[in-house]
Ligand binder design. Structure first.
Ligand code: ADP
Length: 163
């Protein structure tokens, strides 16, 4: 079985993330969408909240081979725990590439058997990030079309209440 882990902050999960997840779900037998539990990043949504939003996306998109999860230690340790041979990441711009290049080197040092595969962002989403979504929502702009529709109403209300 080919198993992949798609890790990220997903604070919150966007349509750009969904695009990567749908592509990965076609290629792998099972895809774990794993929320990184990293308080250093000061996320605005709790891990539980982010996992619930991902669960709603998996269900409403009918992605029957996708699973949600979270991890706080090393990504390669989590990947081994779920039996994944691959890490999945998305690439938007050259800045993502530099960062991913470094992370890949670290992960390969830690666990050479686990390889990372990359999906280029859909050009329509190449400027979309979770931080854009948070900023637009907090400033009262429309986030419709930027987040999966199953989470739109919830995120609209939550972000509008954010300081
Ligand atoms: P991280 O903090 O690990 O970068 P993110 O939630 O920001 O977590 O992103 C998770 C993964 O999804 C990363 O590989 C990132 O490059 C990718 N990604 C983020 N936004 C998009 C997008 N609009 N299109 C394609 N991939 C994306």
């Amino acid at each position: 079985m080919k198993i992949g882990v798609y890790p990220g902050s997903f604070d919150p999960f966007t349509v750009g993330h969904l695009d990567v997840l749908k592509s990965a779900a076609k290629l792998f037998d099972v895809v774990y969408v794993a929320v990184l539990n990293n308080s250093a990043k000061s996320p605005i949504f709790t891990v539980e909240d982010r996992v619930s939003m991902i669960d709603r996306v998996i269900e409403s998109e009918g992605l029957s081979n996708a699973r949600s999860g979270s991890f706080s230690g090393l990504l390669v340790t989590y990947a081994e725990q779920v039996g994944a041979q691959y890490i999945i990441r998305g690439l938007r711009a050259i800045t993502d590439f530099e960062y991913e290049f470094q992370i890949d080197a670290v992960n390969r040092h830690l666990e050479p058997e686990i390889r990372t595969v990359y999906f280029m962002a859909n050009p329509a989403h190449s400027f979309l990030s979770s931080s854009n979504v948070r900023e637009i929502g907090e400033l009262g702009g429309s986030i419709e079309g930027l987040v999966p529709s199953c989470n739109y109403q919830y995120l609209r209300e939550r972000l509008a209440r954010q300081e």
